[in-house]
Each structure stands twice: as C-alpha cells, then as structure tokens.
Ligand binder design. Sequence first.
Ligand SMILES: O=C(O)CCC(=O)C(=O)O
Ligand SMILES: [Fe+2]
Length: 224
Amino acid sequence: MNAIQPLLFKTDTSEINESLFAAIADDLYTQGYSIRPAALPEELSMSLSQYQLEMDEQRFKAAGIGRGNDYLKNEFVRTDEICWITGKSPAEIAWLNWTGDLQRYLNSRLFLGLFSFESHFSHYAPGTYYKRHRDAFKGEAQRVLSVVTYLNSGWGNDDGGELVLFNDDSDTEGTKVVPLMGTVVVFLSEDFPHEVLPAQRDRYSIAGWYRVNTSVAEKVDPPR
Ligand SMILES: O=C(O)CCC(=O)C(=O)O
Ligand SMILES: [Fe+2]
C-alpha cells in the first residue's frame, strides 16, 4: 500500500530550504564540500525511508532467499544494493523536486552550470561497504557534484557504516559522517575521494550526482 499523497509536499518549505541551500553554497565555495545534519525536510526523509523499506521488502520476497537481480557484481569495490530513482512514486518525485530546487539555487549562486541529475537508493546490508573511490575523474566532464542523504533513524557508535570524506589522495584520516536520517552531504565529485566503512546493520541512503551538459558535436544531450 502506498499511503503517501503528493499533496503532503505542497506545504511551503521554500524559506527553510533557502537558508539551508545558502549554507550549502557557502560551504561549497569555501571548502568544496558540505556536511549538514538534519537538512532534508523531515517529512521528505520519512516518506523516502518508508518507501525504500517497502520496496526492499518486496524485492527481497521476489528474490526468495537470494538477492535481487540488480545486486552489483563488482564485489571487490562495493557490495551495496541499488535502485535508480525515476520518479515512479510520490516520495521519489518529492526528492527530485528538492534536488531540483537545490540545483537551481546552486546554479544561480555559484554558476556551476548543473544540467541534469541522477540518483539511486542504496542498501548496505550488514558487512557491506564501498571502498575508497572518486565519483568522477578530471578531464572526463560528467559528474560535477555528488549528493548523499541518509535514511536511518538512529545510529549507534558501534554501527559502523560511516562515510569518510578525504581532502585529497594523501589524506588518510578524513572526516567521518554518521549516516543519520536527514543528514545531507554535498561535495565536488572530482575532488574528494571517499569510502563507506563496513556497516554492522542495514544502512539506507540515497546517492546522487549533478552533471554538466557534456554535448559534443556527435552527441547532443537532451535539453531540459
Ligand atoms: O552512502 C554514502 O555515504 C556514499 C555512497 C557513495 O560514495 C556512492 O554511491 O558513490
Ligand atoms: Fe561515491
């Protein structure tokens, strides 16, 4: 059953978002990343969390005792399970609206030229991880800005699963982020290596990327 109505999201949160977006823009300008606890509107976090849990349950049932078909094969680097967000539910639509607002705000403040956005739910089962990586590589203009948000209510000191954001390749310590409900992390995709430490319990999140328009003569990106 899907109890979430689109009307739920019509409340005017634009002022709240505006000060949050301003803080994110300032962080990006000064340090290239932003870590903001309790940033995603609570209503939105709760409905995304509920939606992901329901979806997970259905896929788990469908897969019998095994894992779903789209369980990632590259187990050396990452062992999470993902599901792309396409706008197929009110919760997904509300998320795309929020990330769209952030995109417009950052474009107007920082002239980033963010053109499109893609994102997926991730589920890290106990013992799973995502080893140190970058989301984009210099010279391959694609993912410009990474956005992550977490959908876990409560997270203990021993639960693991922290995101560790490193300043550069020589940084071995990094900054740890606890994957608590509503925390939003935004960073320049090319600049910050990062990893997800092994989680000791189910860890739910959304990872997304803003891209610039990569049109070249033989390949034209669709206009918005
Ligand atoms: O879930 C996270 O904290 C980060 C995930 C990540 O790095 C990715 O999906 O590229
Ligand atoms: Fe990543």
